[in-house]
Write a protein that binds this ligand. Structure first.
Ligand code: HEM
Length: 151
């Protein structure tokens, strides 16, 4: 009786454990879905107010922006397990000297969360993505100011 119960429970729970064991990329809907979310999020960053995150893209050329966008898509696809190779710079090298503050970071996280909500990413996956992105915070944020930029 007990062994039958274990088998039945196992069969019921198997699909859930299989889903949980899948890479984050797949659970987000695959490489194309990850790319679409990242591109939409980056558009929001670029269009942000000039005294907030938009200040970084005020005088950037199109080709530089396109290159940066592709690198960030590659980075996120690689980090979420899409099997993508990231060949860009380290996070510390790429952001060193930009003067990114805690306020910049919080605004970035807010725009990412808004984007994922627009793409109907479930709350638990949003948290997983934000936790993953947060592992880069120490390499990117240069001061803990609650104002945009480090003075
Ligand atoms: C906190 C707000 C952030 C701002 C304002 C920001 C801004 C920028 C800018 C302006 C560049 C272009 C640098 C250049 O061309 O020299 C860049 C590059 C990049 N950023 Fe960020 N970034 C932020 C956070 C992040 C985060 C959280 C990630 C990763 C999840 C990330 C990943 C990258 C990557 C992969 C590159 C390309 C590196 C390369 O050129 O080799 N950034 N970022």
């Amino acid at each position: 009786m007990l062994s039958r119960l274990v088998i039945v429970l196992g069969l019921v729970l198997l699909p859930f454990s299989a889903v949980a064991g899948e890479p984050l990329c797949k659970r987000l809907g695959g490489s194309d879905a990850v790319s679409a979310v990242v591109k939409s999020f980056l558009t929001k960053m670029r269009k942000d107010d000039a005294d907030k995150l938009g200040r970084f893209w005020l005088y950037r050329g199109d080709d530089g922006v396109a290159r940066e966008e592709q690198l960030i898509v590659d980075f996120v696809q690689s980090a979420t397990g899409c099997g993508r190779l990231y060949v860009g710079r380290s996070m510390s090298a790429a952001h060193k000297g930009m003067g990114l503050s805690a306020a910049d970071w919080n605004r970035t996280a807010e725009l990412l969360r808004t984007t994922m909500t627009e793409f109907s990413v479930p709350a638990d996956l949003q948290t997983e993505v934000l936790d993953l992105v947060s592992t880069t915070r120490g390499d990117i944020v240069e001061c803990e100011a609650e104002t945009f930029g480090c003075k």
